[in-house]
Design a binder for this molecule. Structure first.
Ligand SMILES: NC(=O)C1=CN([C@@H]2O[C@H](COP(=O)(O)OP(=O)(O)OC[C@H]3O[C@@H](n4cnc5c(N)ncnc54)[C@H](OP(=O)(O)O)[C@@H]3O)[C@@H](O)[C@H]2O)[C@@H](O)CC1
Ligand SMILES: [K+]
Length: 494
């Protein structure tokens, strides 16, 4: 898994090493210069003769960039530093000048500096690192970046983080400089994985500085190798009830497909048994004869795919089943039409699966002033707020899926191809997640943060199944459900 650490965590881990005199900046700058040289070689075959512009802000981020610039200058690169503030890392600047690099101080107009940067082979962005206040670039640095963007963005290597991004939350409130490559030091930062910031980071490479970053990471991204630890693999003495029974309240005469896709995903994800409740049991059984229609004991539920507000029968079933979720602790996936039926308070064993617009409605119903755009601007903040207000685990769907759950659990998953944004994909995710929860209900009650880990697992498996269904091309939701068995087998290494 990828783990991320806040600015404060990174600073705390740096402190003891700096006190011992460990040369962290030298390590960072050396690694930065090696990676930058590799990019130059890749893009123009030779390092010597390249034109690199170092954007140097007032802090140590500028120091990293200037020292790396000095090392590049010693390898024959033509390096210009653009210094944007009164304050500059003096050691870095004199190293660059000694290596025959040149420096230009932005004083008044930014036009010359912007033209220099826009025309460079590569720009090293050392304007702002973990000292960012998250409000975007201001002052001369902001004006310079805006002028560079107006001329056309060159190839940018971000030093530690793209300057101007919210390092800890991925916010993008003002001017920021998007990167093609981010070389980050010591540990990944949450803003590099969380949307919208993650889209500004380009490829991310981590430089190990030997920091001791033990403790609870801020945001986690599961990787394929993590699935085997979280998946409920049946024991040799398992039977269908020990593996979990999932109740699905989905679909209606108007939206029959939602019932089929949700149950299909649950069956193909390897559940003990699926019980379907609703008006289209005949269609569901025709597609999957394994499904049982009608009431009975379940460990988990999926509520909502294809349930419209005027469907009184399905709404009654969901409201009734919510009582079981609260009283008996059955787990639940609360999707689409069921989100507005959510009781005032559930527990983390209920997982909401809204997209940004639906999450804004859940929050608005609970007195928050927020719209879809605000949720997209700060997805983790609003997913967390929803968890605080409802007690539920929240899986917020989007190009990067963000999960917030109990005990501060937070995940950012970017597993799916863009082709997956298609009708019915959410129904498949709901069925798949329902199957996962049904097999782990007792464990979730022991450790409520597990629901968030399972939600992130479902997002990962869903994305991988989409890739498998048709690598590089269009995919239907049905094909994703059909790809689940082989995808899961592959992830479990069997
Ligand atoms: N510690 C170490 O040895 C190591 C540190 N490392 C490196 O150090 C970096 C952190 O360095 P840092 O702490 O100096 O902060 P950094 O981000 O460079 O500058 C902060 C200054 O920027 C300003 N400013 C703030 N907000 C602003 C805004 N919105 N718009 C414009 N300006 C703004 C503000 O200055 P002011 O305006 O107040 O003068 C503030 O003081 C880290 O990311 C990594 O690259 C690595 O080498 C590993 C070893
Ligand atoms: K930077």
């Amino acid at each position: 898994m990828l783990q991320t650490w806040t600015s404060a965590q990174v600073r705390a881990a740096e402190e003891p090493l700096l006190a011992l005199g460990v040369p962290l900046m030298e390590r960072a700058a050396f690694a930065l210069h090696v990676r930058t040289a590799a990019v130059l070689r890749e893009r123009r075959r030779a390092v010597a003769g390249a034109r690199v512009v170092v954007l140097a802000g007032p802090g140590n981020n500028g120091g990293d960039a200037l020292y790396a610039g000095a090392l590049l200058a010693r390898r024959g690169v033509e390096v210009h530093a653009v210094v944007t503030a009164e304050r500059v890392h003096e050691g870095g600047l004199s190293a660059l000048l000694q290596a025959r690099g040149r420096a230009l101080r932005v004083d008044g107009s930014v036009d010359d500096a912007a033209a220099l940067a826009a025309g460079a082979d590569l720009v090293l962005d050392g304007l702002l690192g973990i000292g960012s206040d998250g409000s975007g670039l201001r002052g001369a640095a902001g004006a310079l970046v805006q002028a560079i963007l107006d001329l056309g963005r060159p190839y940018v290597v971000a030093v530690d983080v793209p300057s101007g991004l919210g390092v800890d939350d991925g916010r993008r409130d003002g001017i920021a400089l998007d990167a093609d490559l981010t070389v980050t030091f010591g540990g990944l930062k949450p803003g590099l994985l969380l949307p919208p910031g993650t889209h500004a980071a380009g490829r991310v490479e981590l430089v190990d500085l030997g920091l001791d970053l033990a403790g609870v990471p801020a945001v986690v991204r599961l990787e394929p190798g993590d699935v085997a630890d979280l998946w409920p693999v049946p024991a040799s003495d398992a039977h269908k009830y020990t593996r979990g029974v999932l109740g699905v309240v989905a679909g209606s005469r108007a939206y029959q497909g939602a019932a089929v896709l949700t149950t299909s995903a649950a069956v193909q994800a390897g559940i003990g048994m699926v019980r379907y409740l609703g008006d289209v049991g005949d269609v569901v059984v025709a597609a999957h004869p394994e499904v049982v229609v009608g009431h009975g004991r379940v460990q988990a539920w999926v509520f909502g795919p294809g349930v419209s507000p005027d469907d009184a029968g399905q709404r009654r079933r969901i409201e009734y089943a919510f009582e079981h979720v609260r009283e008996r602790g059955e787990a639940a996936v609360v999707d689409a039409g069921a989100l507005e039926l959510l009781p005032a308070h559930v527990g983390p064993h209920a997982v909401l699966t809204p997209h940004a617009g639906e999450l804004a409605r859940v929050l608005t119903q609970r007195g928050e002033t927020v719209d879809r755009a605000a949720v997209e601007a700060e997805p983790l903040r609003w997913a967390r707020r929803t968890h605080e207000l409802t007690g539920a685990t929240v899986l917020l769907k989007g190009p990067v899926t963000v999960v917030a759950g109990a005990q501060g659990a937070a995940y950012a998953q970017a597993d799916a191809p863009a082709w997956l944004s298609t009708a019915g994909a959410g129904d498949v995710l709901a069925g798949l997640l329902g199957a996962l929860l049904a097999g782990r209900v007792d464990a979730i009650h022991e450790d409520p943060s597990l629901a968030a880990a399972l939600a992130a697992t479902a997002a990962l498996v869903h994305g991988r199944a989409a890739h498998r269904a048709n690598p590089g091309g269009p995919i239907s939701a049905r094909a994703v459900a059909d790809a689940l068995p082989a995808t899961i087998a592959e992830l479990l290494g069997r």
